[in-house]
Ligand binder design. Sequence first.
Ligand code: ADP
Ligand code: MG
Length: 258
Amino acid sequence: MHGKDIRIAGLRKDFGATSVLKGIDLDVRQGEFLTLLGPSGCGKSTLLRLIAGFDIPTSGTLEIGGRDVTYLVPKQRQIAMVFQSYALYPHMSAGRNISIPLEMQRLSFSQRLPGAGFLSSKVRRIREDIAADVARVADQLGLESLLDRKPAQLSGGQRQRVAIGRALVRNPSVFLMDEPLSNLDAKLRNQLREEIADLHRRTGITFVFVTHDQKEAMALSDRIALMQGGQIVQCGTPGELYGAPALLSVARFVGSAP
Ligand code: ADP
Ligand code: MG
């Protein structure tokens, strides 16, 4: 598993007469942890959705791993996205929530039905492969003992870990996270922040992480792209943003203004 670099050039997004992204240029290096930081409404989620392919830009281009993906659908991009709310299937176990993307990918509808595994050795083998992938991800995220539980029987942090597992199981080369910690209390947020940092170190996947929380951005990121009003106003290491803010508004935002 390894990451891929992302090249974003001249990316604009209008909704009707409103210009939400006003020309974004950004390179994310392979294996880097890059954070989009900025106040609510500045366009972070819109940019992430364009990278994921849930929407297409008004103009500009987007490359992942040297391939122009500007107009490709999400599943052609080898990316995975984790949202603020976990969006787990409430009637399915944690394990099934993690395995469902692989089942959709590798099995037909009738092959996914309970009992189908007993009918054909081919289906059985695919199911065994899927189970092995789920076990690997559960091990990475410390979810081994929780796989049989339903989402309602899990804590907020455990649910978000399952949501991360469901994204991770597809072996993405780019991981997109839109404020994944903002629904959690402070203690869980710190704990899960550590786990995300650890996941990044162990997998080498390219991360694009969105937050409006400066401390979170400072703690996690190789580089931070600070956004304001649909533009990137400064991009650099946490030290650069804090030590040499390009604008007074940046200094105020990162708390280094005199
Ligand atoms: P952030 O994630 O930084 O809070 P968003 O990317 O969600 O910001 O939104 C940026 C701006 O674009 C907001 O003013 C929002 O109202 C607007 N916006 C986002 N999506 C749409 C849409 N589908 N239609 C119209 N306006 C939108
Ligand atoms: Mg947002």
